[in-house]
Design a protein around this ligand. Structure first.
Ligand SMILES: NC(=O)c1ccc[n+]([C@@H]2O[C@H](COP(=O)([O-])OP(=O)(O)OC[C@H]3O[C@@H](n4cnc5c(N)ncnc54)[C@H](OP(=O)(O)O)[C@@H]3O)[C@@H](O)[C@H]2O)c1
Length: 255
């Protein structure tokens, strides 16, 4: 056994939403630490570009497209992983949707449905099917990327915040019921991070200034600053940790 607590040699890891942003950096760090990483998102081209970079750096990876709001695509990605690898050790549920910014009273059904389908149904069935595959092979680790908005709702991000609170609850439920299968389940709660997802926030000086009043570190995060916590949560370094949610938020949730 390796003395490096973060060593992922021989592990097969699936990272959703890994074509850019936080997911891209998680995929690269897991590969750097020895995992074979399945880089996934809706569009294969972006995933392949990340895979090419991982391979050029000496790592192992492959791209598989999967829209996590589509049940058939969820089933299909796990079928392919099972056929090609016969196992899954690590699942990082990172891809999410936030299509609506506005007053909660004006949320329309389409935005509601899309947010719930991706952020709750997607995370849920990725976890049930992924955990069954892990169970067959003696265990594994799941990390759900939630958000600080799951604790304190973001202004005008109602339905998104509600789904992120559900992801924190989902993390605890799966942790409780899957510990018997040697599967650990934890959540990462990012604060404001400089990605395409948060561009309305990061590129709007007024909104950014308001947010910075509440962030003791007085800056947003770079996406690579999220990856170390995920590596910790999927590796032996956190072997007795399950059901927890780690804030990586520059101190925002201190309040
Ligand atoms: N950035 C922040 O400030 C912040 C703060 C708190 C939490 N988070 C959370 O962090 C996670 C990653 O966000 P990010 O900021 O890195 O976003 P990002 O840079 O916009 O990346 C989103 C990734 O998800 C993929 N994606 C989007 N919808 C998908 C779907 N339905 N199925 C599969 N893949 C999908 C995108 O690729 P395709 O377009 O190819 O699908 C892309 O790879 C999300 O869960 C988000 O809620 C972010």
């Amino acid at each position: 056994m390796s003395t490096n607590l973060f060593d992922l040699t021989g592990k097969v890891a699936l990272v959703t939403g890994a074509s850019r942003g936080i997911g891209e950096h998680i995929a690269k760090l897991l590969a750097e630490n020895g995992a074979h990483v399945i880089v996934s998102s809706r569009k294969i081209d972006g995933c392949q570009a990340v895979v090419d970079q991982i391979i050029a750096a000496g790592g192992s990876a492959q791209a598989i497209a999967c829209h996590i709001g589509e049940m058939e695509q969820i089933e299909s990605i796990f079928k392919q992983i099972s056929t090609e690898h016969g196992k899954l050790d690590i699942l990082v549920n990172n891809a999410a949707a936030n299509p609506y910014f506005g007053h909660v009273l004006d949320t329309d059904l389409l935005a509601f449905q899309k947010t719930v389908d991706v952020n709750i149904r997607g995370y849920f069935f990725m976890s049930t099917i992924g955990a069954k595959l892990m169970k067959e092979n003696g265990g594994g680790a799941i990390v759900n990327v939630a958000s600080i908005n799951g604790i304190i709702p973001g202004d005008y991000q109602g339905i998104y915040s509600i789904t992120k609170a559900a992801v924190i609850s989902m993390t605890k439920t799966f942790a409780k019921e899957c510990a018997q299968f040697n599967i650990r389940v934890n959540a990462l709660l990012p604060g404001g991070t400089d990605t395409k997802f948060a561009s309305t926030l990061v590129n709007n000086p007024k909104i950014l200034e308001q947010l910075m009043h509440h962030v003791p570190m007085k800056r947003v995060a770079q996406p690579e600053e999220m990856a170390g916590t995920v590596l910790y949560l999927v590796s032996n370094a956190s072997s007795y940790t399950t059901g927890t949610a780690i804030n990586v938020d520059g101190g925002y949730l201190i309040g």
